[in-house]
Write a protein that binds this ligand. Structure first.
Ligand code: SF4
Ligand code: SF4
Ligand code: FES
Length: 242
């Protein structure tokens, strides 16, 4: 790498692909997504990758950067390409998901697991009812609020060793969402949800080592949410509801 450029190795192809090396001009406040975009716009228009908002909202730009899953639009090159990496960037698709091509992965399985976890709101009111009021100070509402800002980026899913070893594991994001709904007093799907997340591949498979918590760009704590689900399933079991 010269002073004005950075060397970047980018994964090309599918699972049996290879790295291709590019030299990209360095810029102030440059993000990893800026680097990938530079390559696609100036060096190889065939490079496949995914992004939308560029400001940390849509969750679509996650990739593996120097070995760790990250949201690339909010990851500055300065922070990840230091002495430890020889000043280089190595960019790969997210782990634990099938590669469509280059840096784009198929997220279908990730979202399918949200469906399997019944991680969707089940209304108990109709449009003709009054709004239900829930105080922001309510302890259950606080639990829900703590996990609600997930942007579905898949970073935690890619970093989870249990997902890597157990294909049926629902994963940290789907389980985190399920926990927000377990704490939503307006929701009517609790019994089905607890059944869905307590079987094989459910919350009991989590090893609680907190990789998801360490990696989540939104600073959510799926490990704590999953611990809550474990408590909820034990309570339901004792009450004979499972
Ligand atoms: S704490 Fe649980 S969900 Fe999070 S990365 Fe580890 S096994 Fe996966
Ligand atoms: S929990 Fe965090 S890392 Fe996982 S999908 Fe949501 S925002 Fe991304
Ligand atoms: S492009 Fe939307 S979060 Fe990165």
């Amino acid at each position: 790498m010269s002073e004005q450029t950075i060397t970047v190795d980018i994964w090309r192809g599918r699972e049996d692909g290879r790295f291709q090396t590019f030299e990209v001009p360095r810029m102030a406040s440059q993000t990893v997504l800026d680097v990938v975009t530079y390559v696609q716009r100036n060096l190889d228009p065939g490079l496949s990758y995914r992004f939308a908002c560029r400001v940390g909202v849509c969750g679509s730009c996650a990739m593996t950067v120097n070995g760790k899953p990250r949201w690339t639009c909010r990851t500055h090159v300065d922070k990840v390409a230091g002495d430890a990496t020889g000043g280089r960037l190595k960019i790969q698709p997210l782990r634990n998901l099938p590669v469509i091509r280059d840096l784009a992965v198929d997220m279908a399985e990730f979202f399918e697991k949200w469906t399997q976890a019944k991680a969707h709101f089940v209304p108990t009111k109709t449009r003709d009812d009054d709004f239900q009021q829930v105080s922001p100070d309510d302890p259950q509402r606080k639990e829900a609020t703590a996990g609600i800002e997930c942007i579905n980026c898949g970073v935690c899913y890619a970093g989870c060793d249990t997902v890597a070893g157990l294909a049926s594991y629902l994963g940290p994001a789907a389980l985190n969402r399920a926990w927000t709904l377990v704490n939503d007093v307006r929701d009517g799907g609790q019994a089905d949800r607890l059944k869905a997340i307590s079987g094989v591949g459910g919350c009991q498979s989590c090893h609680t080592q907190q990789t998801c918590f360490e990696l989540c760009p939104k600073h959510l704590n799926p490990t704590a949410a999953i611990a809550g689900l474990k408590r909820a399933t034990v309570k339901a079991l004792i009450k004979g509801d499972l």
